[in-house]
Design a protein around this ligand. Structure first.
Ligand code: GLU
Length: 297
């Protein structure tokens, strides 16, 4: 069974490698994502005084995404736009405001600055592998989930680690401010926190740590970039429900985000976004998750 899972992970990684080659480490300045239908006259659809009306009137929106997570949020050095499921969701939301992809300002967010960026107004939305948690929902809004994944481990191909028990007492890296770092500490590993997952993966590759841990969807992207050196192991041991972060100063954004993503479930835009990004691994497009109710005002 264990070997079957390894073989499956390796096969997925190989297909992802081919697919993600299009993302290119150095970047190719090419948006290989989906085309979105930009709503015409969108400002008329929103009530005065709402944040959506302001954004639609301004024709601009700032969206925080990851820049170093292939398949989820990745922007090469010369790319004009990030690629991945998260930027695709951003394009769908912006289009509903009448804002074209080229008019979105993409701001790199790391795990630890997502709440401060929302609270400080540096971004209008965060769509950055951002798990919904009660602690986060106490300080920012999170609408969703629009995707669900689970935490796994990334190890060197020659590693003997293939169960959670194997990491007890070993050094495992992840990212400061992530749910992953907290979860692995609870499993008895010695957590080592970095600012970004790309720094963490380098530690696995150079042997400084025994394993890296975070959401499986993120780990598969890194394994795909280094299929001879890295593999994803263990069954998912957490549930990570990705949400769209917004400011609690603008609670009206929750219903808009939720409705717009539910429309994308209905009209095929969500499925197309998945297929153009994470679906390139050959994984079947999942049923989209039911969105949470928005909090009562
Ligand atoms: N989804 C988890 C989180 O929000 C881990 C991935 C990340 O750090 O972006 O903390």
């Amino acid at each position: 069974m264990r070997h079957i899972r390894r073989a499956q992970a390796a096969a997925v990684a190989l297909v992802l490698a081919a697919a993600l080659a299009a993302c290119g480490d150095a970047g190719d300045d090419d948006d290989s994502g989906t085309d979105v239908d930009v709503a015409e006259g969108a400002a008329d659809d929103f009530d005065d005084g709402t944040r959506m009306k302001e954004l639609a009137d301004s024709g601009k929106v700032v969206i925080g995404v990851k820049f170093d997570q292939p398949g989820i949020g990745f922007k090469g050095a010369t790319d004009s736009m990030p690629q991945g499921l998260d930027p695709e969701i951003g394009k769908i939301l912006a289009a509903d405001l009448g804002i074209a992809p080229e008019d979105i300002t993409w701001k790199e967010t790391i795990s630890d600055n997502r709440e401060p960026f929302i609270q400080g107004g540096q971004v209008d939305l965060v769509i950055a592998s951002y798990s919904i948690t009660d602690e986060r929902r106490a300080v920012v809004g999170q609408a969703g989930p629009y995707y669900v994944t689970g935490q796994q481990l990334l190890v060197r191909s020659d590693s003997d680690i293939d169960s959670l028990d194997d990491v007890k007492g070993t050094e495992v890296c992840s990212v400061t401010g992530s749910t992953s770092l907290e979860n692995i500490e609870a499993e008895g590993a010695k957590p080592r926190g970095f600012d970004t997952y790309s720094e963490c993966v380098d530690q696995v590759l150079n042997g400084t740590v025994d394993a890296m841990t975070t959401d499986g969807a993120i780990l598969l992207g890194y394994a795909a970039q280094n299929p001879d050196q890295l593999k994803v192991v263990v069954e998912p041991f957490s549930e990570e429900r990705y949400g769209v972060g917004y400011s609690l100063d603008h609670p009206e954004m929750c219903e808009w985000i939720t409705d717009t993503i539910e429309d994308a479930y209905e009209d095929g835009a969500w499925a197309a976004a998945f297929e153009a990004t994470l679906g390139q691994s050959g994984v079947d497009t999942p049923e989209p998750p039911a969105m949470d109710e928005c909090p009562a005002d």
